[in-house]
Design a protein. Structure first.
Ligand code: UT7
Length: 375
C-alpha cells in the first residue's frame, strides 16, 4: 500500500499590513467591533506586483526547499483558489512555469475556502493509487482583489496569502487518514460574486453596482460554519477509527475566532489543541489552513505521529475535513551554502526557460505571419 506523506511545507504572505485602525479610516467600523466580532487585528494585502500566482510560487518554493527537492521532480501541481490571476489559464500552470516544474501537469481546484482540503484529498488519492509520486498542493488567494472596499460587512474580514504542501509516495502509513468532502449548492446565495462569470457577464452596470465583488450573508454562513465543522470533523474521525481525544491539533479554516471557539467547544477540544492565527491574517480563504499548518509547525506544535484535524468551509456552500497523521521531523535543518546557490540557480533556470519558451512562441508567430517558414 502506498501513502502520501507530507515532506515539504511553506507559506508566503504579502509584506503590506492593513490594520483595523487603517480600516477605520476607510469604512464606518472600529477596531473594537472587528476584534470582538471576528478576532481579527490585521491582514496582509497584495502589492501591485503581487497576485495569487506570485504568492503561490513563493509558498511552493519554500515547500520544495523544506523537502530538499528540485522542481523537476514534481509530477503535478494543484492550486486551490477562487481568485485566479486570469479566468484562464489556471494558476497552477503559472506556478508550474515559474518554479520550473517542467515535467508536471497542472490544474486548479475551486471549492472556495474549503479548496485546500479538496486538493489534499485529490493529491493523496492520486499518490496512493500509484498514478503519481510527487504532488505539490497549494492554497492561494488574493481576496483583496475581489472585495468591495466600501462594504464594511465584508472588507474587514479578508486577507491575502498562500500555503503549500509537498506530498510524496511513501511506504510509511502517514499522511491523509480519512477525509470528508461535502457540498450544498442550495446555499449559493449565502456567499457569492454575482457577476463576471458565464451567467452574468460583466457590464458597466454590474461594475457600477460592484456586482463583481463578494456578497455574503454573514450570519447565515456563521451558523452553517459551526454546525458543519462539528459534523464534518466527527465524520472524518469516525472514518479514521478515531475519537476526539485522539486529535493532537485542530486546525480549522481561519475565518472568525468565534466560529473556531464555538466549534471546538461543541467538539470538546481543549484550547491548547486548537490552532489559530486569524488575528494576524484574517480570512485568507483556501490559503488559511496551509498557512496555519505551517505556523503550527514553526511553533513546534506538530511532531512525528501527531494527528491533525483540518477542516474547511465556505462558498458553495462547501466543506471538507481531513485527519492527517504527521510523519516527518519538523526540526528546521540549516541549509548548506551550496544548496542555497543551487536553489537560486534552479529558480533562475526556471525564469530563463520560461523566457526562452515565450520568445520561441513569439518568433514562431512572427514567422507564420510573414510566411517565412523554416527560417
Ligand atoms: O470563509 C467563509 C466565509 N465567511 C465566514 O466565515 C464569515 C461568517 N460570518 C461571520 O463571521 C459573522 O457573521 C460576521 C463577522 C460577518 C458578522 O458578525 P455578526 O456578529 O454575525 O454581525 P451581524 O452581521 O449580525 O451584524 C451586526 C451589526 C449590524 O448592525 P445592526 O443591523 O445590528 O445595526 C451590522 O450592520 O454589526 C454591523 N456591522 C458592522 N459594524 C461595524 C457589520 N459589519 C460591521 C463592521 N463594523 N465592519
Amino acid at each position: 500500500m502506498a501513502y502520501a506523506q507530507i515532506v515539504g511545507w511553506g507559506y508566503a504572505v504579502p509584506a503590506r499590513v492593513l490594520t483595523n485602525f487603517d480600516l477605520e479610516k476607510m469604512v464606518d467600523t472600529s477596531d473594537e467591533w472587528i476584534r470582538t466580532r471576528t478576532g481579527i487585528s490585521e491582514r496582509r494585502i497584495a502589492g501591485p506586483k503581487e497576485s495569487t500566482s506570485t504568492l503561490a510560487t513563493r509558498a511552493a518554493q519554500n515547500a520544495l526547499q523544506v523537502a530538499d527537492l528540485s522542481p523537476g521532480r514534481v509530477d503535478l501541481v494543484i492550486v486551490a483558489t477562487s481568485t485566479p490571476d486570469y479566468p484562464v489559464p489556471s494558476v497552477a500552470s503559472l506556478v508550474q512555469d515559474s518554479i520550473g516544474a517542467s515535467r508536471a501537469g497542472a490544474f486548479d481546484v475551486n471549492a472556495a475556502c474549503s479548496g485546500f482540503i479538496y486538493a489534499l484529498a485529490v493529491a493523496s488519492g492520486l499518490i496512493s493509487s500509484g498514478l503519481y509520486e510527487t504532488i505539490l498542493i497549494i492554497g492561494a488567494d488574493t481576496l483583496s482583489r475581489i472585495v468591495d472596499w466600501t462594504d464594511r460587512s465584508t472588507c474587514v474580514l479578508f486577507g491575502d496569502g498562500a500555503g503549500a504542501l509537498l506530498l510524496r509516495r511513501s511506504e510509511s502509513p502517514t499522511g491523509l487518514r480519512s477525509c470528508v468532502l461535502g457540498s450544498d449548492g442550495s446555499g449559493v446565495s449565502s456567499l457569492l460574486i454575482p457577476a463576471g462569470g458565464s451567467r452574468n457577464p460583466l457590464t458597466p452596470e454590474h461594475l457600477q453596482n460592484r456586482q463583481n465583488t463578494i456578497k455574503m450573508k454573514g450570519s447565515e454562513v456563521y451558523r452553517f460554519a459551526i454546525s458543519t465543522i462539528v459534523q464534518a470533523t466527527r465524520q472524518a474521525l469516525d472514518a479514521a477509527g478515531m475519537r476526539v481525544d485522539d486529535i493532537d491539533l485542530f486546525i480549522p479554516h481561519q475565518a472568525n475566532i468565534r466560529i473556531i471557539q464555538a466549534a471546538a467547544r461543541a467538539l470538546d477540544i481543549p484550547d491548547e489543541k486548537v490552532f489559530s492565527n486569524v488575528h494576524r491574517y484574517g480570512n485568507t480563504s483556501a490559503a488559511s489552513i496551509p498557512i496555519a499548518l505551517c505556523e503550527a509547525i514553526e511553533s513546534g506544535r506538530v511532531r512525528v505521529g501527531a494527528n491533525l484535524a483540518l477542516v474547511g468551509f465556505g462558498a458553495g456552500l462547501s466543506w471538507g475535513a481531513a485527519i492527517v497523521q504527521w510523519g516527518v521531523d519538523t526540526t528546521p535543518v540549516p541549509i548548506a551554502w551550496w544548496k542555497s546557490v543551487l536553489r537560486n540557480l534552479h529558480s533562475r533556470e526556471a525564469m530563463v526557460r520560461s523566457f526562452a519558451l515565450r520568445t520561441q512562441r513569439r518568433l514562431d508567430a512572427l514567422r507564420r505571419l510573414n510566411g517565412i517558414h523554416g527560417v
